[in-house]
Write a protein that binds this ligand. Structure first.
Ligand code: HEC
Ligand code: HEC
Length: 223
């Protein structure tokens, strides 16, 4: 090959690379374009059914009996990931699967933005001392239960019985997240209870979404 042929070969491969990279970049951008940043106002408008359970403090799941999780104060990224988990079946729960299945990806982003409200900010003042079995857990979920990354759930102030239930589900396979299944596999049931109690005590705490409207208040407004 003469020098000029090599040069033109190098130039054309550079072009090829540019074209391939360019089209990849376009493909990625258009996939992201499909879901716009969550619109909390639209999320609120489509959350009526959800608030029938998530908007009542202390509301219980029947058979088995445990508290419906608090959502306010989580990060929207985590709430969206959880909803996708119920939709795909990575998390098994009949009602939540039915609920999430009716939502588009954009609805999930919008509803996650609404329920998250203002995500918790750590005060770096853990309440009490974390049980020894929670040594690893705090590296992701925070010493005070306020998560260190938006894709992980905050656990601070969550209902103890819900935390126990979730941990048992990772252990028994009802929830298939490989990270969590690995971490809980070796823990005893008693340790899972102690860890759950510790995180449930932490502040600032997650809370139950207040209901902006109920059937009763709607009906009364016409009186
Ligand atoms: C009939 C009651 C009920 C209704 C209605 C309901 N949920 Fe749930 N939700 C639950 C229960 C119970 C769980 C816990 C399920 C489990 O054990 O994994 C849950 C779990 C969740 C979680 C996971 C929370 C976490 O900490 O991981 C999210 C997010 C959620 N629901 C959002 C919604 C949204 C959005 C709607 C409306 C489209 C909705 N839920 C409707 C009862 C309900
Ligand atoms: C590497 C980071 C990491 C570590 C370490 C970790 N977790 Fe998690 N945890 C996650 C992620 C990610 C999820 C969400 C999984 C899913 O999609 O269901 C999660 C979910 C949970 C949930 C469910 C919360 C909810 O609202 O449903 C509980 C409870 C929990 N973790 C407790 C623990 C405990 C206890 C430990 C230690 C034994 C632990 N985690 C260690 C990342 C971590």
């Amino acid at each position: 090959m003469t020098g000029s042929v090599v040069q033109s070969w190098v130039r054309s491969s550079a072009w090829l690379a540019a074209i391939v990279c360019g089209s990849l970049a376009t493909a990625t951008a258009s996939a992201q374009d499909q879901v716009k940043p969550g619109d909390a106002r639209h999320g609120k408008a489509i959350s009526y059914t959800c608030l029938g359970c998530h908007g009542i403090d202390g509301y219980k799941n029947a058979y088995p009996n445990y508290s419906v999780p608090k959502l306010e104060g989580q990060n929207p990224e985590y709430l969206a990931a959880a909803l996708h988990g119920y939709k795909s079946g990575d998390r098994s729960h009949i009602t939540m699967h039915a609920q999430a299945s009716t939502l588009s990806d954009q609805d999930i982003a919008d509803i996650a933005a609404f329920f998250a409200g203002k995500p918790l900010v750590s005060a770096h003042k853990p309440v009490g001392t974390a049980p020894a079995a929670a040594a690893l857990c705090v590296s992701c979920h925070g010493q005070d239960g306020v998560t260190i990354a938006p894709m992980y759930p905050s656990l601070a102030g969550q209902h103890t019985d819900y935390l126990v239930r979730a941990l048992m589900e990772y252990k028994k396979g009802g929830r298939k997240n490989p990270i969590m299944s690995g971490f809980v596999a070796s823990l005893k049931d008693e340790e899972l209870s102690q860890i759950s109690e510790y995180f449930a005590r932490q502040r600032p705490a997650l809370s139950t979404e207040s209901r902006p409207y109920t059937r009763l208040t709607v009906d009364r407004s016409h009186e």
